[in-house]
Design a binder for this molecule. Structure first.
Ligand SMILES: *Cc1c(COP(=O)(O)O)cnc(C)c1O
Length: 358
C-alpha cells in the first residue's frame, strides 16, 4: 500500500462556493481566480469544476495556456500583465485578456502590430502601492490605450484592495473614494473586489468580481471561518496513523526533544510532514482530528511524520483516519497556529500528496 497522505477535493463544494459568489454579488460577472495552481488545488481540475464562471484569472501566461490546452474557451485574464513584449503575440493568438499596469507596457502595445487587438484591463493604484498607474495619471494612459491599434475597445479599469480582509478597516472606503473620485470613463467595465470585497463591501462589486480564496471555501477575513460566510471547505488534507506507541513519563519525543511526556502515555505517529506542506513550525498543541476527535500535536513536525498526544484515545490504532485541515477542522484555525494565512497553507501542499476528487 502506498503512503496514505492525500488531499481530498470536494467538487460540489467548489460549485457551491461559486454559487455563493453569485448570491452575494448578484448580477455581477465573475473572474474565478485560479492562479498558483488554483491555490494549490489543481488548475485544470478546478477550472473544469467551475464551468459556471464567466472567466478565469491567472498570474501567468503559462497558466493561461495550460487552461486553453485543456479546452477552456472562456475569457482568461492575466492578473499581473505581461512580463515581456514577447508574450503579447501569444496573448493575441490565444485570445487572452491582460492587465496593463505600467507605462512600459503601454509602450510595448503602441509599438507592436497584432493580427487582432487584445482586451486590456488598465490597473489603477488606489492605495495598495504594489502595481498600477497612479490615479492622477489615469487619463493620460487611458487615452493612449484608447488610441492604440493593438488594444480592443473599450479599455476596462481595475484596482485592488489592500485591507479587505478586515471588515473594520476604513482603508477600503478610502481606496473606493480615490478610485471613484477620478471621473472614470463611462465606457469602461470596472473590477475591484477580491473575496474580502465581495463578502465585506457591496460597494466594491462593480461589473466584474474576482473571487479567489472564497471559491476554495476559506474565509478571507482574519476573524471568521468559511462556514461563517456560507462557504464549504474544498480541500481536506488527510492521512492515517502509522503507529501507536507507549512512551514512559519523562521521555522526550521527536527531533530536539520538544515534547516531554508528563506521564506514561500513548503517542501516535501520522504520515504527514513538512515534505507534504504541513508547516514545520507548528507548535505543541496544534489540533489534529483523529477519528473525528481533536488531539494535540506534540513534538517537532518532521519531513514525513508528526507525533500526536493520544492520552484519552485508548482505542486508537494504526490505520485510523487523521485530518490535518478541511472538513471538521478549519484551515483558518491551523493557519492561526502556524502564524500565517490559510492561503499559504493550501497553496503549499507539495506534489507528492495525492489529490482525490470526491
Ligand atoms: C489573487 C487576486 C485576487 C483574489 O484574491 P482573494 O483574496 O483570494 O479573493 C483578486 N484580484 C487580484 C488582482 C489578485 O491578484
Amino acid at each position: 500500500m502506498s503512503r496514505p497522505t492525500r488531499a481530498e477535493l470536494d467538487v460540489s463544494a467548489l460549485r457551491h462556493n461559486l454559487a455563493r459568489v453569485r448570491e452575494v454579488a448578484t448580477g455581477r460577472r465573475v473572474w474565478a481566480v485560479v492562479k498558483a495552481n488554483a491555490y494549490g488545488h489543481g488548475l485544470v481540475r478546478v477550472a473544469q469544476a467551475l464551468a459556471e464562471t464567466d472567466g478565469f484569472a491567472v498570474a501567468s501566461i503559462d497558466e493561461a495556456l495550460e487552461l486553453r490546452e485543456s479546452g477552456v474557451r472562456k475569457p482568461i485574464l492575466l492578473l499581473a500583465g505581461f512580463f515581456c513584449g514577447a508574450e503579447v503575440p501569444l496573448i493575441a493568438e490565444h485570445d487572452l485578456e491582460v492587465v496593463v499596469h505600467h507605462p512600459w507596457q503601454v509602450e510595448v502595445l503602441e509599438r507592436c502590430t497584432l493580427p487582432s487587438p487584445i482586451r486590456v484591463w488598465m490597473k489603477l493604484d488606489s492605495g495598495m502601492h504594489r502595481i498600477g498607474f497612479p490615479m492622477g495619471e489615469m487619463h493620460n494612459y487611458f487615452g493612449r490605450l484608447a488610441q492604440s491599434l493593438s488594444v480592443a475597445q473599450p479599455v476596462n479599469l481595475m484596482t485592488h484592495l489592500a485591507n479587505a480582509d478586515d471588515r473594520s478597516d476604513t482603508y477600503t472606503q478610502q481606496q473606493l473614494e480615490r478610485f471613484f473620485g477620478e471621473n472614470l470613463p463611462e465606457s469602461a467595465a470596472l473590477s475591484i473586489a477580491n473575496s474580502g470585497g465581495i463578502l465585506g463591501w457591496s460597494q466594491t462589486h462593480a461589473d466584474w468580481v474576482r473571487p479567489g480564496i472564497m471559491l476554495y471555501g476559506v474565509s478571507p477575513f482574519v476573524d471568521s471561518i468559511g462556514a461563517d460566510e456560507g462557504l464549504r471547505p474544498v480541500m481536506t488534507l488527510r492521512t492515517r496513523l502509522s503507529a501507536v506507541n507507549s512512551v514512559p513519563r519523562g521521555e522526550v519525543v521527536g527531533y530536539g526533544g520538544r515534547w516531554r511526556c508528563p506521564e506514561d502515555m500513548l503517542v501516535g505517529v501520522a504520515a504527514i510532514g513538512y515534505g507534504d506542506g504541513y508547516p514545520r513550525h507548528l507548535r505543541n498543541g496544534t489540533p489534529v482530528l483523529l477519528n473525528g476527535r481533536l488531539v494535540p500535536l506534540v513534538g517537532r513536525v518532521s519531513m514525513d511524520m508528526v507525533t500526536l498526544d493520544l492520552r484519552g484515545q485508548d482505542n486508537a490504532k494504526p490505520g485510523d483516519e487523521v485530518v490535518l485541515w478541511g472538513k471538521g477542522l478549519p484551515v483558518e484555525e491551523i493557519a492561526r497556529h502556524a502564524d500565517t494565512i490559510p492561503y499559504e497553507l493550501v497553496t503549499r501542499v507539495t506534489p507528492r500528496v495525492r489529490f482525490e476528487l470526491v
